[in-house]
Design a protein. Structure first.
Length: 412
């Protein structure tokens, strides 16, 4: 099991790295094209059917960019499609969801104090909710396709608030906020896969057939692309939230998540206004700061009480509790780690357990066996800076215990 756990950790690292790389590519191209689109200007001598142009300088050269609102009069030989960044981001993100939250459901996804769920039930709710998100969103867009687009965004915000509350009623706080991010990211990626690219392909096929493309396809694609632009920053916040208990483990975590979407709107409004040449609405930063302060205030509510792991001491955790050397490991962890990883940390300056991980009881330690092994046995990541002076022989004891538990199989 020792080799398997290390290999599995590297699989997670590879998936996370891929997700970050593809997300950077997708977000970068999305922000660039929104800024480009907003900065287009009418000019004399533009080609027929051209909507606007822009001159840019970068990398030691000049770029002359022209946009056609529908399509040029002939199809270019070399056409670059911006779609794989989106697809790869969603696929790698879903892989992370499977690796961390589905396969580690008892640790990260399910919280018995929130709702008693079997692993298969939690996974089914997760998958179904992502599908529901797309169906609800695309229905809103189609019903309000010709309405004021602010109305569409308000309706979408209502759905996001409802889902924020729903997720906190079924999953752990950490999983709830991450799922809200995945819910939103699924909408964004489905926009590309189901609407934007198919509409562009219809235009291309019309050009090939010598037909005049219908401008409605470009209008719809632009609507979805704009929505993606405003949703990007909240998704990034929610994906990073699992590192901060003050965000995910507080009583008002669903309200915090909802306000994050408003901050995303105010920040993007500032940059979009600048790129469109409509001035610099500095008031948006004041609103953003106020929202952030409200979020910080809400986070000071008492942290959610963590579940008593004794009720969940089964499977892998039971095996680790029965493994040779467990008593020694309990003594090591309680002596070197529990001053920080406690319901009420005694380490000066800490007010909650790092990442919400509490290691005070035997059951809690058995349940976190894999993390203890990776952080303090296979590596020297914990304690940070070895502040509690964990000895080499103590780390060796953790490794021996973890290997001993693996003699009967792999961790579930």
């Amino acid at each position: 099991m020792y080799d398997w756990v290390v290999l599995w950790e590297w699989v997670e690292i590879a998936a996370r790295w891929t997700h970050v790389i593809t997300a950077i590519a997708w977000i970068g191209s999305s922000f660039y094209f929104i800024a480009l689109d907003l900065g287009l200007k009418k000019a004399e001598g533009m080609p027929a059917l051209a909507h606007g142009e822009e001159w840019q300088v970068h990398g030691g050269g000049f770029y002359h960019i022209t946009k056609y609102l529908v399509a040029p009069d002939r199809l270019p030989e070399h056409l670059v499609w911006f779609k794989w960044e989106s697809y790869a981001t969603w696929l790698s993100g879903f892989a992370m969801l499977v690796l961390v939250y589905y396969l580690g459901a008892e640790m990260f996804l399910i919280d018995p104090t929130v709702m008693e769920l079997q692993v298969w039930q939690a996974v089914a709710i997760s998958v179904a909710s992502l599908a529901f998100g797309w169906l609800a969103y695309t229905t809103i867009c189609r019903v309000f396709v010709n309405a004021n687009q602010t109305l569409v965004m308000v309706a979408l915000f209502a759905v996001l608030v409802a889902m924020a509350w729903f997720y906190t009623q079924v999953f752990s706080g950490r999983a709830a906020l991450l799922h809200l991010g995945a819910f939103t990211a699924t909408i964004m990626s489905a926009n590309v896969f189901m609407i934007i690219i198919p509409n562009q392909k219809i235009v291309v096929e019309d050009l090939k057939a010598g037909r005049q493309p219908d401008p409605k396809y470009g209008k719809i694609a632009k609507q979805r692309s704009t929505h993606n632009n405003y949703l990007t920053l909240p998704v990034l916040f929610l994906m990073l939230s699992n590192h901060y208990p003050l965000v995910f483990a507080t009583e008002y975590n669903w309200i915090i998540a909802s306000l994050v979407f408003l901050m995303g709107v105010t920040i993007r409004h500032f940059f979009n206004s600048e790129h469109a040449g409509k001035g610099s609405p500095w008031w948006t930063w004041a609103v953003t700061a106020i929202l952030f302060l409200v979020i910080a205030w809400l986070s000071t509510a008492p942290l959610r009480t963590l579940p008593e792991p004794e009720a969940r001491l089964e499977g892998a955790a039971l095996r680790f509790a029965a493994a040779d050397g467990f008593e020694d490991v309990v003594s090591i962890v309680q002596g070197r780690c529990s001053m920080c990883h406690a319901a009420e940390p005694v380490w000066d300056g800490l007010y909650w357990a790092p990442k919400g991980v509490v290691l005070e009881t035997e059951a809690q330690i058995a349940h976190a066996a894999r993390r203890i092994f990776l952080q303090a046995g296979a590596s020297h990541a914990m304690p940070p800076g070895n502040l509690s002076y964990m000895e080499p022989q103590e780390r060796e004891a953790i490794v021996r215990w973890f290997r001993s538990a693996g003699q009967g199989g792999t961790e579930g």
